[in-house]
Design a protein. Structure first.
Length: 491
């Protein structure tokens, strides 16, 4: 439902404090996003402490991405069917256990198992969005969801900054996982105490084949993207993974249209607003998420090679701090824009700003301060787009489908981000300085052009979403009772 539509007053459950609930949901989701990005700078230290090679330790990142791709839509579906608070608590408990396992173990296989559990935490965001839509007063829904969504962008940069500061403070690589465990444990306690959402589980049949084909397809695609640079994009293994992933995902769609109780309702996925928003999410992820890699690598390049600023890990992370300011500014703006013009136009505007960011970087990349400006602009575009997407989806899906719809959207953004990062890395690797394994400055300019071009496609996709402000289907009416709807999500 559009945030500007009139609806009967809908107070949340008794004794629910929206501000307190929002704070605990924000803490939980923010801690999870930070946890995922802060491992990047500590991989060398982790490899040393675990006595493994850098090639092996890179699996710490890969298995987390695989876990997120597989479990985000599955846990989102379970949340809508069994109760979002209940499934969010289980998710946070698993993430906390994963952090403890990664922090306390010196066996590489156990650390990887912990990272799999941590990767499940990406389902927390769509579950939190479902909780907000279910119990918050209508006037607070848009701004609250915008803030939660903004944390996706903020957390990525904050994780690198936090990691850099902790490394300066001589905190060990695995010691950082204890901090993650504490943060998610506090979030779990807060959800248990503060979220007043009486829930009634729906009867449902587990869609085993749907879950297996979706999980298998996503694992093949994400694994192929992330291991392509190491194994070779033209290797039989990578090509086989892509082919197998496409076959399994096609089989998943076939299964979901024929089983009585599907994991994901294909009728929902085929709705024009949902389809358009998901396409924009995929392109937005591909265009914007790879930018952080480009910026970090550029500023860390020693200036003696004709470009770059020789920034260390902490200084490079500080380059991303304006992203936080831009994203927070966007979170405030997007809620006001949604009330006035609906969520479609903030989404398109966010992608226009992202396109402008890359145009700026193509023209200006010789001074360090120019990258501070660029990350601020990127944060603004990211915050507008990420804040508008859940609100746009909520205009097209029933309340009992909120979490699964946002889970699929989040997964598509992540897969798009992996593809965008792979494209950027391939461009840089194909154009290196003579005798030095570093990209040329022209390689970066080309990568900025490509990322900007993808963002232009995202602008077009956003503009084509068939949404009209002030008009929505009755299926988008918010929950009218605090209890979970008895209707199935996986229908």
């Amino acid at each position: 439902m559009s945030e500007t539509q009139t609806a009967p007053p809908r107070p949340g459950p008794a004794h629910t404090n929206p501000t307190a609930v929002l704070l605990v949901l924000a803490l939980s989701t923010f801690a999870i996003v930070v946890m995922q990005s802060m491992v990047m700078p500590i991989l060398p230290g982790l490899a040393t402490s675990l006595s493994v090679s850098m090639a092996d330790v890179s699996w710490v990142v890969t298995v987390s991405l695989l876990s997120a791709a597989v479990f985000t839509p599955i846990l989102g579906s379970l949340g809508d069917a069994l109760g979002r608070k209940r499934v969010l608590m289980v998710t946070l408990a698993l993430v906390t256990a994963g952090s403890v396992l990664a922090a306390s173990s010196h066996v590489f296989a156990l650390v990887l198992a912990g990272r799999v559990l941590q990767g499940m935490g990406f389902a927390a965001m769509p579950l939190a969005i479902g909780i907000v839509r279910a119990i918050f007063p209508p006037a607070k829904v848009a701004s609250s969801i915008a803030l939660l969504s903004a944390l996706t962008g903020i957390g990525a940069g904050a994780g690198l900054l936090v990691s850099g500061l902790l490394v300066k403070a001589d905190v060990t690589a695995q010691g950082m996982f204890w901090i993650s465990a504490a943060a998610t444990a506090i979030g779990l306690l807060g959800v248990a105490v503060l979220v007043k959402l009486p829930e009634r589980a729906s009867k449902f049949t587990i869609d085993v084949w749907g879950a297996l084909t979706l999980a298998g397809g996503l694992v093949c695609v994400v694994l192929g993207i992330n291991r392509g640079p190491a194994w070779g994009w033209d290797s039989g293994t990578v090509l086989g993974l892509f082919a197998g992933g496409l076959v399994l995902l096609a089989l998943w769609i076939f299964v979901e249209t024929r089983v009585e109780v599907p994991l994901v309702d294909m009728r929902m996925m085929r709705k024009p607003v949902v389809l358009g928003t998901n396409l924009t999410a995929f392109l937005a992820g591909a265009g914007m998420f790879g930018a952080m890699v480009l910026i970090l690598q550029y500023v860390q390049t020693p200036s003696r090679f004709g470009y770059g600023f020789g920034a260390d890990t902490l200084s490079a992370a500080l380059t991303l701090t304006p992203l936080t300011a831009g994203t927070l500014t966007a979170a405030v703006l997007v809620s006001m824009l949604i009330r006035r013009v609906g969520p479609k136009w903030p989404l398109a505007l966010g992608m226009v700003v992202a396109t402008g960011t890359f145009a700026f970087l193509v023209a200006f990349h010789t001074e360090h301060w120019q990258f501070y400006v660029a990350t601020g602009l990127l944060g603004l575009g990211l915050g507008l787009a990420m804040g508008a997407m859940p609100a746009l989806l909520n205009t097209a899906v029933a309340p009992e489908q909120t979490s699964v719809a946002n889970s699929i959207n989040s997964t598509l953004r992540s897969v798009g981000g992996s593809i965008g990062t792979a494209i950027a890395s391939a461009i840089l690797a194909a154009n290196t300085l003579p005798g030095v394994p570093l990209p040329t400055v022209d390689a970066y300019v080309t990568a900025f052009w490509v990322a900007g071009g993808i963002c232009v496609l995202a602008v077009v996709a956003a503009l084509l979403v068939p949404y009209r402000h002030g008009r929505a289907a009755t299926s988008t009416q918010p929950d009218t009772a605090p209890a979970e709807q008895p209707a199935l999500v996986m229908r």
